[in-house]
Design a binder for this molecule. Sequence first.
Ligand code: RNT
Ligand code: ZN
Length: 423
Amino acid sequence: MPTGGTDKAYEEARARYAEAGVDTEAALSSLERVPLSLHCWQGDDVRGFERRGATLAGSGIQVTGSHPGRARSVGELRTDLVKAFSLIPGRHRLNLHAMYGEFGAGEVDRDEIGPEHYQGWVEWAAEQELGLDFNATCFAHPKAESGFTLSHREKAIRSFWVEHVKRCREIGAFMGRARESACVHNLWIPDGSKDMPVDRFWRRAALLEALDEIYALRHDPRHLRDSLESKLFGIGSESFVVGSHDFYLAYALRAGKMVCLDLGHFHPTESVADKVSALLQFFEGILLHVSRGVRWDSDHVVIVTDELQELMREVIRCRALARVHIALDFFDAAMSRVGAWAIGARATLVALLRALLEPAKRLEEAERAGDAFTRLAWLEESKALPFGDIWDHLCMRCEVPPGRHWIAEVQEYDRTIAAERGR
Ligand code: RNT
Ligand code: ZN
């Protein structure tokens, strides 16, 4: 193992934090227990393993870039995931989409899938000691190309998607039972339109009816937790999205479900961080899709932005680590797929660790005393604490490359993969 941070550097950093009233050991052991749900779809540019082959037409999402080496089979995807996990400190989860089942030689349509198609993933996850999360795939399918699924005008198409999502919940429950860890099943649908519709009401009534049908079957919460993901707009759904934040917020509260907050799905000046303390007054749990919006794209590779930092601070300040499920959601075909996973997951953990290392006591005391100067001064002062040495120590404790060493590992892996797989 290459050395980036040394024990001496850690001890010095630990003393600096202690002067600010921060216990770095406590922060590290909290962080080590946080599972991130790593999204399988970064590994193959959201293509999946269906025979038909997916196109993202009508889905409102798009993958751009032509860097070689995307995973073309379940075997390649697993190899890449093992590499990615070896670069991310801690024990994590894998987030699968329905289109990533193992369907054998024949064509299995979305309304025909069952637990048997995910048995291989469950076995692999057991070997790798990973929890599993799951998502219905209501896009990249001929019956989704109009841009509508659960709120489609035709009853037969709505029923097709209702059946798909019901089966996905059943598969999720199967995964949760098998892995003895509740599977989060998240539902995102692309439904929306490019131009202003005149009948928004009908679409939302249709979606409501479909959701009631989907969630009529209650699964054991020890196996399955449901969440619903809203969006503000997508490519081709600029004027209207059926599943808006208001719609799902009201639905989830009534139905006892979670909402999923995707960082790329809100107005650019709207603070997702600010929603955490509001929603946790009413919801037992929430799901985060950690992503990065840039202009019209909601899925750039995650980096440590102020927005991400603020979100993680709120999770920690609300003492809500046990109630907030943290999943990643981005896709980029312009760089090493494994490298993108590593950047995004490490950035999320960096933001979390920084939040855990906040001089919380000093800040809270100052705030309670009405001392605005001391509060702001400590927020600024904490920026200069030697964070890098604590992070490196964590990486070494978890036996993943610290410092800059992970970059060379990705470069080396990428060269080998590119040579083997090509474009
Ligand atoms: C799309 C949503 C959704 C997808 C994945 C593939 O805007 O964010 O979560 O990215 O389901
Ligand atoms: Zn998302």
